[in-house]
Design a protein around this ligand. Sequence first.
Ligand code: NIG
Ligand code: FE
Length: 411
Amino acid sequence: MRLLIKNIGTLAGILPADVLCLRGSEMNSAEQLHNAYLVAEDGIIARYGSMEELGEEEADEVVDAEGRVVFPAFCDSHSHIVYAGSREGEFRDKIAGMTYEEVAARGGGILNSADRLAEASEEELYEAAAKRAWRMIRSGAATLEIKSGYGLTLESELKMLRVARRLQQTLPATIKATFLGAHAVGRAFKGRQSDYVRHVCEDMIPAVAEQGIAEFVDVFCDRGFFTPEETAEILERGKRYGLRPKIHANELASSGGVQVGIRYGALSVDHLEEANEQDVKDLAASDTIPTVLPGASFFSNLPFAPARAMIEAGLPVAIASDCNPGSSPSGNMMFLWSLGCIKMRLTPEEALSALTINGAAALGLSADRGAISVGRRADLVVSKPVPSLAYLPYSFGEELVEHTIIGGKII
Ligand code: NIG
Ligand code: FE
């Protein structure tokens, strides 16, 4: 199967095949070609170049991308799209002035979603999550991470992860699953947080590992949720069972989450709205990828993570959606591109690197995706006609994705 995309206005996100992530000033460095073509064979990028170099080319499918931008499909490395119901009642409460922590403290928030999830059938959960995933795919994502964490009982956590596995089997996107049993203390353990942590370590992690239904282990390490000590215990146990750490840290306070993540070799530490100078310094001395979630800052009225300072410090910043019913109910990576530019002061090119190659790196997948390189997967976005690359984040909210291409197939 050969796909030819011709007359491409701008082909963006071109990198050498051996570049696995972009750090600091490199985030601006991916190459662009104008008036270009790209050929994918059996789902892999076979060649690309300027239209003048394109000879006679037989293809099974031809896309004319005149006046359009073609770029690597988004890799959304942090989402919670398996959930039941929605939480617009809390949205009203937040408009009236309540904070995320106040909503959680009165038993709403994550526990509210856990109550609904317990009542939902696996089929209902699958249908709702598949709809969300399709929306994300249509808005340009080809790789998605999905977390558990609205189960908070062994049975419901496994139910969520089975839904994620069914999504892996039925959707065209690549889907990676993360076990987040320590998202909040389950209702049955109210007032017994350390017993819940023991339950996560001794019962949930072994069951998840035995069934092989998650690759990563996550903890909501933050003020009012899990401490760095509890996080260490869970990560230690997860690692022993082959689950790689990838954690929530410093959303509500600089509470030691970054350091515990680094200590346990986390692939990424995510959120970082409250990351301070020391956190940035410690990240610069590590291989852990800082993943920022501007949708959560926007929706929850939190500070934006200091992504600009992280880039100045030479870090490989990733941007992900955090799509979830409480703090960021959108998985639209095009909008996050705008937020990265507008609210975090990233250039359009830096933000694109954060949404593609660095997002892929935050899932350990960047060897075969996240950039335009010969040999990488042909996971691509073809935009609608636009004057330039910068128009894409500039014209926020406009529907600008014409095609998402996954593995060389137009979706
Ligand atoms: O990443 N911060 C923790 N977890 C989610 C929100 C969960 C919820 O409120 O349902 C997040 O923002
Ligand atoms: Fe999250």
